[in-house]
Design a protein around this ligand. Structure first.
Ligand code: AMP
Ligand code: MN
Ligand code: MN
Ligand code: MN
Length: 282
């Protein structure tokens, strides 16, 4: 019965800001009894080929995915694409454009950190990154931990990298309509990632859900490593009220940091319609 399968539909490798290789990620997923894993690296799909091979070997079904960085109403939001075709030209070109913007942003982050007394952060972040085209704040955070500036990555975000802190720079990511369009046109489903993490009042959140739906979004994450159990209930209700399917994923990045581990997830609330309801798995 498909309802007994363990779905984990949000995870990262060293292609973005996770630490495991695609092979190591799939091995860990198999050990942890995940049946269906989506690989959803930020703004890059180049881990999917290796992940697909590894998935066959370890007996986990792999859903090709991506997590796209989007600017909506001056707020950064993340849109997960599930079942995408990484070869689809408009998607590939859109992601390449986002990665260029990321590199330019990385220089500005490093300049800010230098201004506030932390020099050479770009080189440090590059040393942490498994993919030279994909530098994110977590790479800066790991470098600052390695250099003893802070005790863990969460402290780095709190002190340096979160919005309003000295190393934070504003940045314009993709438009939501574009990101959702690339995902859907490539054959995928667009899922609003961790909606509880955006600091939006309830009117703005409803506006986001309405516009995401109008753009072609089909699901929202209900059970994620970023939500509390109260938020599972709240977002299950919002999913149903706004006609969204519900997704479930750990957002695993690393065994050694604070992240929820693969497969360690609550079930979706019974009221939800799972995003996988019409999937045919082979
Ligand atoms: P970026 O896309 O470069 O802005 O980086 C966003 C990533 O940073 C997220 O996907 C998380 O991996 C990580 N992140 C964001 N906030 C925090 C936090 N408070 N603690 C640890 N990691 C965080
Ligand atoms: Mn991340
Ligand atoms: Mn995210
Ligand atoms: Mn993520």
């Amino acid at each position: 019965m498909s309802s007994d399968l363990q779905y984990d539909l949000h995870s990262h490798t060293c292609v973005s800001d996770g630490v495991l290789t695609p092979t190591q990620l799939l091995e860990r997923a198999a050990e942890r009894k995940v049946d269906i894993l989506a690989l959803t690296d930020h703004d890059d799909t180049r881990g999917i080929v290796e992940a697909t091979d590894a998935a066959t070997r370890v007996g986990v079904r792999l859903v090709p995915g991506v997590e796209i960085s989007v600017t909506w109403n001056n707020t950064t939001i993340h849109v997960v694409g599930l079942g995408i075709d990484p070869q689809y030209a408009a998607l590939a070109a859109g992601l390449a454009g986002i990665r260029e913007g990321r590199l330019e942003r990385a220089g500005r982050i490093a300049a800010q950190l230098a201004r506030f007394g932390v020099p050479d952060a770009l080189a440090g972040a590059q040393r942490q990154a498994g993919n030279p085209e994909l530098i994110g704040r977590l790479h800066f955070a790991r470098d600052l931990v390695a250099r003893g500036v802070c005790k863990d990555v969460q402290s780095v975000f709190k002190r340096w990298l979160a919005k309003g802190k000295p190393g934070y720079v504003s940045h314009r990511w993709a438009d939501m309509e574009d990101a959702v369009g690339w995902i859907c046109a490539s054959g995928g489903q667009a899922v609003l990632a961790h909606p509880g993490r955006y600091e939006l009042g309830s009117n703005k959140l409803i506006q986001l859900l309405t516009e995401f739906r109008a753009a072609g979004g089909s699901a929202i994450e209900v059970v994620t490593g970023s939500h509390t159990p109260d938020q599972f209930v709240r977002f299950a209700r919002l999913a149903n009220e706004h006609g969204f399917l519900a997704s479930r994923g750990s957002d695993f990045h690393s065994p050694d940091e604070h992240w929820r581990d693969l497969g360690r997830l609550a079930k979706l609330p019974d009221s939800c319609t799972p995003v996988w309801q019409n999937w045919t798995l082979n």
